[in-house]
Design a protein around this ligand. Structure first.
Ligand SMILES: Nc1ncnc2c1ncn2[C@@H]1O[C@H](COP(=O)(O)OP(=O)(O)OP(=O)(O)O)[C@@H](O)[C@H]1O
Ligand SMILES: [Mg+2]
Length: 373
C-alpha cells in the first residue's frame, strides 16, 4: 500500500532504520498468515540518523552489516520505510477517473497538496474509493504519497553500502498499521463513525496515525518522543544522556491516580520526585500534541466525531505508567499494540524478538508489506 515497489517474492525482509537502532525482520507466508523467521536489532551511532533522515549513510551501512552478522536473517533484498518531514501522506479528493488516467494526472494534481516540488519528489498513490456528491459529481478519494528524491537517495546509499538491495520503500506508519491491524480491521473492527488512532513512540520520532475501516487516513510525525523525555531528565538533574536514560527507564512516571511511584534502588525520594515532575511535564506536552493532531483530523472529516480507541506501540511506550497518563489525558481507551499477535514466531527468531517486542512493530510491518506487494 502506498509503496514504491521493485518486485515480489515468498519471503521478505523488513529493515527499519531508526535514530537509535536498526532492526530487521524476515517473514514468510504460511497459508493465510505469516511466520517470523529471523529478527535482530543493533545500535546506531549517535547522530547518524536525525529527525527520521539518514545523515551519515556510511555509519548506517556499518550498523546494517553488523545487523546481518548478528541476526538469523538470510537474503539481500530489503523493504525499508521512511518517516520524516520529507515524506508526505495526504488523502485527497479528485474528480473520478480511471487508474491509468490518474497515473499521469497525479503528476499535475499532486503539486497542490505537497510542500516540495513534484520534480524533486517520487510520487505514489492508492485509490481508496469513489462517491457521488449531493450535486451528482463523481469523485474519488486517493491516498497520495510523495517522498523527496534526495532523501530516498540517502536510504538507497545506506542500504547498498551494506551490500544489500532495496526492493521497496514504504511509509513507516503504513507498516506500523499493517503490523498492528493487518490490512483489514478484523482484530479491532471499527464501528460506523469510529476511528482508531495509533501512537508509535520511538526515540527521535512519534508517529501518529488514524485508521478508519482499515485505511490509514491520516499521518503526522512529532519530534516529541523517547529522547525528549530522556533529555528532560538529563537537564533537570544535570546528568549525561546515558545516565538520564537509565533513570528514566527505572523510575518512569508515578501512578496517575495516586501520584505514587515505585521505589527504585539507588534513587532517593527527592530525586525520584524531580524525575516524576519533569516526565509529567513532558508527557503533558506530548498529550497536548497528540490531541492537536487528532482534533485536526476530526475537523477534516465529516463522519467521525471522536476517537475512542488508541493503539500504543514503540519502545518509548514502555515508559512506566505512560499508557494510563495517555488514557486519562486523551479520554480514550489505550490498548498496547502487540506486533506478535498476528504472526507466528519461528524458534530462530523467538529470543531476539521477545527481547524487543514493542520495538519490532515497524520492521515486521515492512516485511509483511514486502510479501504482499
Ligand atoms: N522501558 C522503557 N521505558 C521507557 N522508555 C524506554 C524503555 N525502553 C526503551 N525506551 C525508549 O525507547 C526509545 C527507543 O525507541 P526505538 O528503539 O524504537 O527508537 P528508534 O527506532 O531507534 O528511533 P526512531 O524510530 O525515533 O528514529 C528511547 O527513547 C528509549 O529511552
Ligand atoms: Mg523506529
Amino acid at each position: 500500500m502506498g509503496s514504491l515497489s521493485f518486485g515480489s517474492s515468498q519471503t521478505a525482509i523488513g529493515l527499519d532504520i531508526g535514530t537509535e537502532h536498526v532492526r530487521v525482520a524476515q517473514v514468510k507466508s504460511a497459508g493465510a498468515g505469516f511466520v517470523l523467521t529471523g529478527y535482530g536489532r543493533v545500535d546506531v551511532p549517535m547522530g547518524a540518523v536525525a529527525d527520521g533522515e539518514i545523515v551519515d549513510a556510511a555509519a548506517v551501512s556499518s550498523a546494517i552489516k553488523e545487523l546481518w552478522r548478528r541476526s538469523s536473517v538470510h537474503g539481500k533484498d530489503v523493504c525499508t520505510g521512511v518517516s520524516n518531514q520529507r515524506v508526505i501522506v495526504r488523502l485527497i479528493d479528485l474528480p473520478f477517473m480511471e487508474r491509468g488516467e490518474l497515473q499521469s494526472a497525479i503528476q499535475y494534481q499532486a503539486q497542490d497538496y505537497i510542500p516540495m516540488t513534484v520534480e524533486d519528489s517520487i510520487l505514489d498513490f492508492q485509490i481508496i474509493g469513489d462517491y457521488m456528491t449531493p450535486t451528482d459529481e463523481h469523485m474519488m478519494e486517493v491516498l497520495l504519497v510523495a517522498a523527496h528524491r534526495e532523501m530516498i537517495g540517502n536510504t538507497v546509499s545506506a542500504v547498498e553500502g551494506a551490500g544489500l538491495k532495496l526492493k521497496q520503500v514504504d511509509v513507516s506508519s503504513f507498516a506500523i498499521v499493517r503490523a498492528l491491524m493487518g490490512e483489514s480491521t478484523s482484530i479491532l473492527p471499527d464501528d460506523e463513525g469510529q476511528a482508531t488512532a495509533i501512537i508509535h513512540i520511538a526515540a527521535g520520532l512519534t508517529n501518529i496515525a488514524v485508521v478508519e475501516r482499515g485505511v490509514p487516513r491520516f499521518n503526522r510525525i512529532s519530534s516529541l518522543a523517547g529522547a525528549t523525555f530522556t533529555q528532560a531528565v538529563a537537564n533537570v538533574l544535570n546528568v549525561g544522556f546515558d545516565e538520564a536514560e537509565s533513570l528514566k527507564i527505572m523510575v518512569g512516571l508515578p501512578n496517575v491516580e495516586t501520584g505514587e511511584g515505585e521505589v527504585t534502588p539507588g534513587v532517593d525520594a527527592d530525586q525520584t520526585q524531580v524525575i516524576h515532575q519533569s516526565l509529567e511535564r513532558e508527557v503533558n506536552k506530548f498529550i497536548a500534541e497528540v490531541r492537536r493532531s487528532l482534533d485536526y483530523y476530526l475537523t477534516q472529516t465529516s463522519q467521525v466525531r471522536n476517537i475512542q480507541r488508541i493503539l500504543l506501540s514503540g519502545s518509548g511506550s514502555q515508559l512506566r505508567n505512560f499508557a494510563s497518563y495517555l488514557e486519562k489525558g486523551l479520554q480514550a481507551q489505550v490498548i498496547l499494540g502487540d506486533p506478535l499477535e498476528r504472526i507466528q514466531v519461528a524458534s530462530s527468531a523467538q529470543q531476539a524478538v521477545n527481547a524487543d517486542r514493542m520495538g519490532s512493530v515497524t520492521a515486521i510491518g515492512l516485511a509483511i508489506g514486502g510479501l504482499q506487494s
